[in-house]
Design a protein around this ligand. Structure first.
Ligand SMILES: [Zn+2]
Length: 380
């Protein structure tokens, strides 16, 4: 009986102690901040000279995609798009050196180098000379380099930021150039399309100098297997989808951690659903692609909360689909997609970070966006 009482007493003591402990902790309740307030707080905060540059590209994302997505896309935040909280935004023209309507190769090159080129050209000027890509420049400045796309790594956008080729259709050359370049973080879809294309030298590089994860679920573990980041990380994600996805934003978060270092990093992230579903005449898929991009924007903003020495730029390489806004005659959302090709419609550009007032309420050219980012990479 004594023993039983002792147990009861000690139990009471334990419970009262823990209750007491809670009281003594006297934790001040953190005021509940909504995601909207958090993101707005970050956008309105003071930024330092950027060390890290995050450049997000919505392939084929036109201005009306962004307007329509807020109302019609799936999985939009309860307050709308994070993108629409950004104060410093304007428009950008996208024509190439050869055409009024650009392709992703020429516009990717313009956004990466600040130089107009012909449709089809990757990291080369209109005469076929190599231009310095942002990835090359960032590496020269001692920064780490990350390239993330939810398409294949040989696509026009990721390659225009990294390597050089006279044609975007030289897929095998582009894959091999990219592997040889060894971005510190490289993420894209389709393991087989890369592995089967490797040349002899590149296969050796792939095997010796990369940590590879064939599925997103293995990314974290693969990264941790090389904690000192001596090897490049190559991860294969499942890729763009017609529903709004967190995969790209989760990849971005892993990349931020992997790339963080004293000298900073340059990271290009491409969301391609806004283009694919424009070509595919699927307005819902296209608008959901905006949400996939938007979640990545929110992830980047959250990174900036603790890293104010970061510049965030979001734009598109061109509009795809000739998307219209609805009027009283509009019966179906799908009627708003008017073509299945690219158009010359200027795209939107958003900036968060030091100096991004530059874009506010202005129309610039896509080469001006590049020139702005190039200055930031150079620390000017
Ligand atoms: Zn494109």
């Amino acid at each position: 009986m004594k023993k039983f009482l002792a147990i009861i007493l000690s139990l009471i003591l334990v419970f009262s102690l823990s209750a007491c402990g809670e009281k003594q902790d006297n934790k001040v309740e953190e005021p509940k901040v909504t995601l909207k307030e958090q993101l707005q707080g970050i956008i309105n905060s003071e930024f330092e000279t950027p060390k890290n540059i995050i450049f997000i590209i919505g392939d084929g994302m036109g201005p009306n995609d962004i307007t329509l997505a807020e109302e019609h896309a799936e999985g939009v935040y309860d307050f709308g798009l994070a993108l629409n909280l950004i104060k410093n935004h304007g428009l950008a023209t996208t024509h190439s050196a050869s055409d009024e309507v650009t392709d992703s190769a020429a516009s990717g090159t313009a956004l990466s180098t600040g130089v107009k080129t012909n449709n089809g050209y990757i990291g080369k000027d209109a005469s076929g000379n190599d231009l310095k890509t942002m990835a090359e420049l960032a590496r020269e400045m001692g920064k780490k380099v990350g390239i993330i796309t939810d398409e294949v790594i040989s696509g026009a956008t990721p390659t225009a930021f990294t390597v050089h080729n006279i044609s975007r259709t030289n897929t095998a050359e582009l894959v091999n150039s990219m592997i040889k370049f060894k971005p510190d973080v490289l993420m894209g879809k389709d393991y087989n399309s890369v592995f089967m294309t490797l040349g002899e030298d590149e296969r050796e590089i792939f095997e010796n100098d990369y940590v590879v994860a064939k599925k997103f679920i293995g990314f974290k573990g693969a990264m941790e297997s090389d904690p000192n980041c001596e090897k490049s990380f190559l991860g294969f994600l499942s890729g763009y989808s017609s529903i709004a996805s967190d995969e790209l934003s989760l990849c971005a978060e892993l990349a931020f951690e992997r790339l963080k270092n004293d000298k900073g990093f340059f990271l290009m992230i491409e969301s391609s659903g806004t283009d694919k579903y424009g070509h595919g005449n699927d307005i819902k898929g296209k608008l959901n692609g905006v949400v996939t991009l938007d979640r990545t924007v929110a992830a980047a903003l959250k990174f900036m909360e603790k890293n104010p020495d970061t510049l965030l730029i979001i734009t598109s390489d061109h509009e795809t689909g000739g998307v219209k806004l609805p009027n009283q005659d509009t019966k179906y959302l799908s009627d708003l997609l008017t073509v299945t090709s690219h158009t010359a419609t200027p795209v939107r550009v958003f900036g968060v970070g030091k100096g991004t007032e530059y874009f506010k309420d202005k129309t610039v050219d896509n080469t001006d966006i590049a020139k702005f980012v190039i200055k930031a990479i150079k620390g000017e």
